[in-house]
Write a protein that binds this ligand. Structure first.
Ligand code: 13P
Length: 348
């Protein structure tokens, strides 16, 4: 019989196989509503359900997407026809995953800093999600670069919470996607982001070891090393690729089966171009595949086309698939900006 640990190792491998990546569609209700508000989409359970149905029924999605990350509301929803979402995902041979943290809250005594919550009762919730069909999970910690922050306390508390979450996941046979994110908001330089990301990753792997997490049975979801959005100096794609690969090589153990980047607010095209450059630059030298686990950088164009209209579903699905295909090409080092120009939705 397969043990829980073997199960988490097997799923981790599956998630990064065949140059595919993850699609994060686990926006909490407030975040999803915020994205909907921008396009005048009703902020209702039904609109969120319809949007998620659009995503998971995209024809051909499984050519590029190995796993999708759901939210607690979504994992319990069904297609309009009544088929549970989780069955639709399994039938497409995509692995269902679930966000299990309950959000980043203010860290006591540390103004401007956050600690991710959700450990209480997590063992029971993981069991419930596993019984529903989820085979991997996600927990996101956020680190804000700023004046005098992050503090050591913030890094330590978040690293420990990530490690405790990961250990509980593996106990349940669920592969943990461990996501420590240095935010893009701010005017910090690329070099500062690199220093912070390295420090954070080192702290996380020390805690993962302390909590007895099997590295072969997890995925690291990392930020790319980027200059802050408000930093006057914005390095080119190659500089970003160089800094990111250098940082990961220093801090991520070779036993980790894969690194999947978050997009963090980059444009879709830049996220693909940077992933592509990293894959070209480090081919044959890095120990882990460099994949993607994007939310905005896959969904954004589709949401903009859909805007809540039934008549736009097929065109929105084309746009979603296009982004997923660009990112699969980027994993192979085969993405070119020309791919963007040649894309025309068949349903426009
Ligand atoms: P973005 O790709 O939009 O940053 O989202 C990834 C994610 O899942 C954040 O937790």
């Amino acid at each position: 019989m397969t043990t829980k640990i073997e199960q988490s190792i097997e799923t981790a491998r599956k998630l990064v196989a065949d140059d595919k990546g993850l699609l994060a569609m686990d926006e909490s209700n407030p975040t999803c509503n915020k994205r909907f508000a921008k396009y005048g989409i009703p902020q209702t359970v039904e609109a969120r359900r319809a949007y998620r149905e659009l995503i998971i029924t995209t024809p051909g999605l499984n050519q590029c997407i190995s796993g999708v990350i759901l939210y607690d509301e979504t994992i319990r929803q069904q297609k309009k026809s009544g088929t549970p979402f989780i069955r639709v995902i399994e039938q497409a041979e995509i692995v269902p995953g679930i966000k299990v943290d309950i959000g980043a809250k203010s860290l006591a005594g540390h103004p401007g800093e956050k600690i991710t919550e959700g450990l209480d009762g997590l063992r029971d919730r993981l069991k419930e999600y596993f019984d529903m069909g989820a085979r991997f999970a996600k927990w996101r910690a956020v680190i804000t670069p700023g004046d005098g922050i992050p503090s050591r306390a913030c890094i330590a508390a978040n690293a420990q919470a990530l490690a405790r979450y990961a250990a509980l996941c593996q106990e349940a046979g669920v592969t943990p996607v461990v996501e420590p994110e240095v935010l893009m908001e701010g005017d910090h330089t690329l070099a500062r982001c690199g220093e912070l990301t390295e420090e954070l990753l080192r702290a996380v792997f020390i805690e993962l070891h302390a909590q007895g997490v099997t590295l072969e049975g997890m995925i690291l979801k990392a930020n790319m090393v980027l200059p802050g959005l408000a930093c006057p100096q914005q390095e080119d794609v190659d500089k970003v690729a160089e800094a990111t690969v250098k940082c990961l090589m220093r801090a991520v153990p070779a036993a980790v089966p894969g690194v999947a980047f978050l997009s963090g607010g980059q444009s879709c095209e830049l996220a693909s171009a940077r992933l592509n450059a990293m894959n070209i630059r480090s081919k044959g030298t890095r120990p882990w595949p460099l994949a993607f686990s994007f939310a905005r950088a896959i969904q954004q164009p589709a949401l903009e086309i859909w805007k809540g209209e039934d008549s736009e579903v097929a065109a929105a699905q084309d746009a979603l698939l296009h982004r997923a295909m660009c990112n699969r090409a980027a994993r192979r080092g085969e993405y070119t900006p020309a791919m963007e120009e040649t894309f025309v939705t068949q349903h426009a």
